[in-house]
Design a protein around this ligand. Structure first.
Ligand code: FAD
Ligand code: UDP
Length: 368
């Protein structure tokens, strides 16, 4: 007889939402993580009063009211609106691509002039059916913006030519003909006051948590103590890489506490869109929460090719990896006890709100 209803592998957002919901209806759950802390990639660490996003800038945004109400029922969110700035060889441009960017790029002052400029560049490119990121970007926004704000940044971030990347990646960014620097189109947006770790702590209140615990170090034991296992780690690792490794893009951070400097760059996120600057962006964490501390903490974000053993961050949804994932997914479908969910187990470029939606769906399925 197993003593638990659920063993949940991974204290990231997926595992924590599920644990919270299942615990809420009286299910006995144990949640484990191989890391030394809860929260997976949304983990924030307090340094000199500043909540540092240890695994990269995380801005919560959603149009799903159920998801928004859920997170707000746990912690209070502030009114932060992400408005990154791009630095290309010392000149600054607003993001996402909007009337401010078009003015900075071309000096145009009306939506009509901007649209005409883009239409002209699109026509000159001759692209009709964009089949990769480069073609998609040029046909969306024209070659000037592509070469200044997209090409080098994208190739730094993904380590691949923009012509070899799927078009959908660039469609994540809004293009607008208004003077609006909001990076997202979603209805709701903000940052949990006090950091994401506080949000995860709330989710895991009353749930048994074991950190520094790798599921694979004692899989037979963990499988024996629960009726069901929810696995949120890498799907290929679960199957011992029997078809080979799925690839990821990984990032690493150089984080610095700047004592006595209260405002380093005036914005939470500045992207460096040229090819020479080795990092993709600098995050100044205090601005996510309008911090007034005397010091500041910045992180330079570098992107690099993932090697087995590195921290997996972004799934690379190209043809090769998508085909490989399909094979692992088929194996996963044959597991009766283990359920797979989250960014790594589903090998999807999920944002936080999508992870929560996906955890809600699984919860509904398990409890219906
Ligand atoms: P994870 O957070 O990866 O959690 C999985 C957990 O499982 C980890 O803690 C891991 O240690 C644990 N685990 C894995 N294997 C094992 C094992 N064998 N045993 C025990 N534990 C194990 N989303 C947004 O909405 N807005 C943003 O601004 C945003 N910015 C991002 C920036 C970066 C740099 C990255 C990488 C992602 C960003 N995201 C953003 C996406 C967001 O991080 C994810 O959607 C979300 O954190 C995924 O949650 P998860 O639970 O699926 O995975
Ligand atoms: N991108 C770009 N220039 C920028 C910001 C983004 O070319 O200044 C491209 C890049 O290809 C990136 C994609 O747009 O992968 C999506 O950007 P987003 O900020 O959504 O990426 P994430 O937050 O996941 O790092």
């Amino acid at each position: 007889m197993s003593s638990l209803d659920y063993l949940i592998v991974g204290t990231g957002l997926f595992g924590s939402v599920l644990a919270h919901k299942l615990h809420g209806i009286g299910k006995k759950c144990l949640i484990i993580d191989k890391r030394t802390h809860i929260g997976g990639n949304v983990y924030t660490e307090n340094i000199n009063g500043i909540n540092v996003h240890k695994y990269g800038a995380h801005i919560f945004h959603t149009s799903n009211k159920q998801v928004w109400d859920y997170v707000n029922s746990l912690v209070e969110f502030n009114r932060y609106t992400n408005s990154p700035v791009a630095n290309y060889k010392g000149k600054l441009y607003n993001l996402p691509f909007n009337m401010n960017t078009f003015y900075q790029m071309w000096g145009v002052t009306t939506p009509e002039q901007a649209a005409a400029k883009i239409a002209q560049q699109r026509q000159e490119s001759g692209i009709v059916n964009p089949s990769n990121l480069e073609e998609q970007a040029i046909s969306l926004i024209g070659k000037d913006i592509y070469y200044t704000l997209i090409k080098d940044y994208t190739e730094k971030q993904w380590g691949r030519k923009a012509t070899e990347l799927p078009a959908f990646i660039i469609k994540r960014l809004p293009v607008r003909f208004t003077f609006d620097n909001n990076y997202f189109n979603d209805k709701y947006q903000g940052i949990p006051i006090g950091g994401y770790t506080k949000l995860i702590e709330k989710m895991l209140e009353g749930v048994e948590v074991k950190l520094n615990t790798d599921y694979f170090e004692n899989k037979p034991y963990f499988d024996s103590i629960a009726d069901r296992v929810v696995y949120t780690g890498e799907i290929d690792r679960f199957f011992d890489y029997c078809y080979g490794h799925l690839e990821y893009r990984t990032v690493f951070f150089e984080t610095e506490l700047l004592e006595g400097i209260s405002n380093y760059q005036g914005n939470a996120v500045i992207n460096y869109t040229d090819a020479v600057t080795p990092y993709t962006r600098i995050i100044e964490h205090k601005h996510f929460e309008f911090g007034q501390q005397p010091d500041t903490v910045i992180s330079r974000e570098y992107s690099k090719e993932w090697r087995p053993g590195d921290e997996p961050y972004y799934p690379v949804n190209d043809d090769r990896n998508s085909a490989l994932y399909a094979k692992y997914k088929e194996l996963a479908g044959k597991q009766s006890k283990v359920i797979f969910g989250g960014r790594l187990a589903e090998y999807r470029y999920y944002d936080m709100h999508q992870v929560i939606e996906s955890a809600f769906e699984l919860y509904d399925k398990l409890t219906k």
